[in-house]
Structure formats: C-alpha cells, structure tokens
Unconditional design. Structure first.
Length: 331
C-alpha cells in the first residue's frame, strides 16, 4: 500500500498516468491531464455530474481551480445519482494510488468500506458540498476536511423569511430533493430549527430536484389542499421552485402564494426579480480555490481545518435585480 507522504517525491510513470486517465468517465481535459508525464500531483474527483445549474457551476469551478493550482485532476462524474458508479470510481482512484480524492457524494451513507480502503492506503479524502455519514472509526480517518456552504443555514433562512412574511402563521408545503441525501436532511433540519410553531406544513413531498416533477407535484398539492389554502411553498432547490411557480401560475394563484427557492442560480434570481419567486437562498457553488488550497496545504504537510464553510447570500426582489445587473454572477 502506498504511503502518500513518501510518494509525493516519486516521479509517476507514464503507464501509471494512463491508468489514472482511464478512471471513470473523464472529460477531454481530464484525460489529457491524467496521461501527461508532468510529475504533477494527481487528484481524483468523484463527482455527481449533470444535475442542474448549481452542479454545473460547482464542478466546472473545481476543475478550473485545480488546473490553475497545478494539479492533474481526474474528473469522474456519475449519472442519475448512481452511487455504485461513484464507489467504483473511488475504489479505482485508491487502487491507482492518486495523491488525494475529492468526494461529492450522491448519497451520504454507504461509504465506509471505500473510505477504509483510502485510510489504509493513506490517501487523504476531501468531501465537498455534501457530507457523508461514516460509522467506521478507521474509515473516518481518511477524511481530512469538508468544504462547502451550510445546508442547515439555507433551511434557517427559508424559515425566518416565512416567519417574517406570515407573523400570524400560514399553511404551506415543502418540495424536497432526493431522499437519503445529507443536503435534504440538513436543509430540513435547519428549517425545522427556526420555523415558528404557527406555520403549518400541510405536506412534504419529493420532486427529485426536477422542474417538471415539481410542477406536477405542486399542481396536485394545490388541488388536494384547496380548502386549507396554501400560502407558501419552500422548494429545496431552484429547479423545483421554478416548477412550483409554473403550477401556481397555471392555477391562477400567482401573487397569492409565497415561493422560496434555494441555490441562487441566475434563472431563479430572474424569477425573483420578475415576481415569480418571493425569495431565493444562495448555496454558493464557487469554492474550487478553497478546495484546491486545502488539498495543496495538506499534501505540503500543513494543518487544514476539518470544516471549511463557504459564505452564501439571500435575495429579495431588489437584491436579485441588483445581482443580475452587476454582471458578476458566475452561474
């Protein structure tokens, strides 16, 4: 098994680098980097892949940041939140003895065996965006740091906005993401910690991060609870918030239902500025530089914080318009 501290001085052979490039379904840049005889440190990126505006911005930013920092980053995305493909990619990175692994998990559990292998091989792991729930003490040793915004903070912002909008309480529904993800649990935990007791959640239902599915789910719930009167909808991501807005508009209820989105994508900010959404909570995807710096520092023998929290913002109508007008948004 590889001792990475000793291996950082080792000049990687061309054959080994070819094996790195074969890991996962890399994009063209990653394949070229992995096959180069550059002597650069190699980092495996176990990624989520296509999932919406946040994910595209986040993974592109990470790839660019590691390239700028002088690493060979091997990008291995999955599809349709397939954890089994992520585990295969992770284990291959361990077998190929990369210098470090970045893990953006589709699910928070099921990683103990893979992380234990990484710990035994002395390959440091950095989780980004989503935390993982690890039971095995040896497996926990592999994880150096978690890097990303706070999902609990996002849920808290949604709850506090609703408390301000409806001080006497109101009925609402929640559109959740894919069941089993730490992001879903953490956003709900934050929401539950701040929502006032006079706010009534009529129902929570998953729409799997999808605009189309959220439109269908919302339409059904608006009809189901017609007599109770739905006054607010909190969607755990922007794509679902936009789908909810379409359903509300189709039901002739635009302006009568407060819709909150979560992620801070350009499309959602435009919807806030246009009055289709009332409020949006950024979950800042731009933390590639912080991730690359954490990996570099650790491989250089420096201390790295166990949790590196990335700052995010919230947007009302005026704030959304100002952000759009600034031209500085990257996603």
């Amino acid at each position: 098994m590889k001792n990475w501290k000793k291996a950082i001085a080792f000049v990687v052979s061309g054959a080994a680098l070819v094996s790195f490039a074969a890991c996962g379904s890399s994009n063209g840049d990653a394949a070229d980097n992995g096959s180069s005889d550059s002597g650069k440190k190699t980092v495996g990126f176990v990624a989520v892949g296509p999932e919406g505006g946040f994910r595209s911005a986040n993974e592109k930013d990470i790839q660019n940041a590691f390239k700028d920092a002088g690493f060979d980053l091997i990008y291995s995305p999955t599809s349709n939140s397939d954890q089994s493909k992520q585990i295969q990619a992770f284990n291959k990175f361990v077998n190929d003895e990369v210098d470090a692994i970045i893990l953006s998990s589709t699910e928070d559990s099921g990683w103990d065996d893979s992380l234990k292998k990484a710990a035994e091989a002395e390959i440091p792991v950095f989780t980004v965006d989503r935390n993982v729930d690890v039971k095995d003490a040896e497996a926990k040793k592999a994880i150096v740091s978690h890097i990303g915004p706070s999902n609990e903070w996002c849920g808290q912002q949604a709850a506090e906005f609703l408390n301000e909008q409806y001080p006497d309480g109101a009925n609402g529904i929640i559109l959740e993401g894919i069941a089993g993800l730490s992001v879903v649990k953490d956003r709900q935990t934050g929401f539950d910690s701040k929502i006032a007791s006079n706010q009534k959640v009529l129902e929570s239902q998953s729409a799997n991060w999808s605009t189309d599915e959220a439109k269908t789910v919302t339409a059904g719930l608006l009809d189901k609870y017609k007599s109770e009167g739905i006054k607010w909808i909190w969607a755990q991501n922007d794509e679902m918030a936009l789908g909810a807005a379409q359903a509300v508009d189709a039901a002739g209820l635009k302006g009568q239902v407060t819709i909150i989105g979560n992620d801070g994508t350009e499309a959602a900010l435009q919807a806030v500025a246009d009055g289709d959404l009332a409020f949006d909570i950024e979950y800042n995807p731009i933390f590639g530089k912080e991730t690359a710096q954490a990996v570099k520092d650790y491989l250089d023998g420096k201390d790295v914080e166990a949790n590196i929290e990335i700052d995010s913002k919230t947007f009302t109508k005026e704030e959304a318009q100002a952000a759009l007008d600034s031209g500085e948004r990257q996603y």
